[in-house]
Design a protein around this ligand. Structure first.
Ligand code: PGA
Ligand code: ZN
Length: 414
């Protein structure tokens, strides 16, 4: 095992033009580098990011002193970071500092063995490419609340490979753009690169997306299905869910009924955060009703925290979890949540944040850990495309489209 020779942080810029933390970890003959992403619709239980200058200073002083001279070992290095921070939410040294160091350690360890990170993480395990969830329309906190639902995504459930999923997505993305242009209903793009449309209701987005799937020559539901991220914590006002676009508020029961109606009418196969992070009863009740039909994903609800996932399992809330390394802080804790999900029989999706960079680590985590799905944002803007393109390279290295691909199995009509 290689000894850590250097840990160095600097401030770089993310896709929203905001500063973020980049870290390099050096061992003899190899280096690893990683950049922290940043969320906008964050869950209250997330590891806390701190001011970037302060985070960089902490890495270059305290964290550097604690790690230099230690052996490169993910679990032990992550434990040092967690203990050194000493707070339950990583607010002293900063979740942004800690996740960048943790990821850079993983990159350095892979580089020291001259392997790509995915291969280093996979070890001897057989791997498959993850199935992408790709945003076509963006709303919520990523588009000044113009649409209430945050992500209208597609999953190419009938595609036979990662590469084919991206080809189909390109068609649907273009078809959706053409529909918007024809109606003069395009404001621009939201934070993750999805179209920011001028629709009159959230349901109109579902109808338009289904239309775009057909326009592109695919059968909605059979070839290409819809995944939503309601990000409902953002809609919660004084005990009710506020749909600003439609100028109305809904009780949890009314939101539940609306989502069931959407599932009946549109080819929806996955819904993320359908209720607010603290509305666990509503989440469990919705899972009882709809969990046999669709994937119900906890993002703000679980914040990649193994213990929250186990609590959710005990009460029957959700049947899948979003895995965001910066939500919990270290790779070791992210992996623990994924292992807990596997034991609980939950699905899982490795996810980017709305503020991203050219860093492609999450693609390697999804492949290397065998997580079956990947959410990166839209099919535009290079901080997103860098990740899809990295997936293309990995699929090629794995033997291309001959590889077994889990899309049809994961989303066979329930
Ligand atoms: P965030 O959005 O990075 O702003 O939290 C992504 C998501 O909610 O999945
Ligand atoms: Zn989300």
């Amino acid at each position: 095992m290689a000894k850590i020779l250097e840990v160095l942080a600097r401030s770089v810029w993310d896709s929203r033009g905001r500063p973020t933390v980049e870290v390099e970890v050096a061992v003899k003959g190899a280096r690893g580098r990683a950049i922290a992403p940043a969320g906008a619709s964050t869950g209250s239980g997330e590891a806390k990011s701190i001011e970037v200058r302060q985070a960089v200073h902490g890495v270059n002083t305290e964290i550097r002193s604690a790690l230099v001279g230690k052996l490169l070992n993910q679990e032990e290095n992550d434990k040092i970071l967690v203990d050194l921070d000493g707070t339950p939410d990583k607010s002293r040294l900063g979740g942004n500092a800690i996740v960048a160091v943790s990821l850079a350690c993983a990159h350095a360890a892979a580089a020291a063995t001259k392997k790509p990170l995915w291969k280093f993480l996979a070890g001897n395990r057989a791997v498959a490419m993850p199935v992408p969830q790709i945003q076509i329309f963006g709303g919520g906190a990523h588009a000044q609340g113009r649409m209430d639902v945050q992500d209208f995504m597609i999953i190419c459930t009938g595609a036979g490979s990662f590469g084919e999923s991206l080809e189909w997505t390109a068609e649907v993305y273009r078809a959706a753009g053409a529909r918007l242009a024809k109606r003069s209903a395009l404001y621009g793009v939201a934070d993750e690169g999805g179209y920011w449309p001028a629709f009159k209701s959230n349901e109109e987005a579902l109808a338009e997306l289904t239309g775009a799937i057909s326009d592109a020559g695919f059968e909605p539901g059979a070839d290409v299905a819809i995944a939503l991220d309601i990000a409902a914590t953002q809609l919660w006002r004084g005990g009710r869910y506020h749909l600003a676009l439609e100028n109305r508020t809904l009780s949890a029961d009314q939101l539940h009924a609306m989502l069931l109606r959407w599932i009946e009418r549109y080819p929806i196969v996955s819904i993320e955060d359908p209720f607010a992070e603290h509305d666990a009863e509503a989440m469990a009740s919705f899972t009882r009703t709809a969990g046999g039909k669709v994937q119900i994903v906890g993002d703000d609800f679980f914040v990649t925290d193994k213990n929250k996932l186990l609590d959710g399992k005990a009460m029957g809330a959700c049947n899948a979890v979003l895995l965001k390394p910066n939500q919990v802080g270290t790779l070791t804790e992210t992996l623990a949540c994924w292992r807990a999900a596997q034991e609980a029989g939950y699905g899982a999706i490795v996810s980017a944040r709305s503020g991203e960079t050219e860093d492609v680590s999450i693609v390697h985590l999804a492949v290397g850990w065998g997580v079956p799905q990947l959410k990166v944002g839209s099919f535009a803007r290079s901080e997103r495309m860098a990740k899809w393109n990295e997936g293309m390279r990995i699929e090629e290295a794995l033997g291309g489209s001959k590889l077994p691909y889990p899309a049809r199995k994961l989303f066979k009509r329930r």
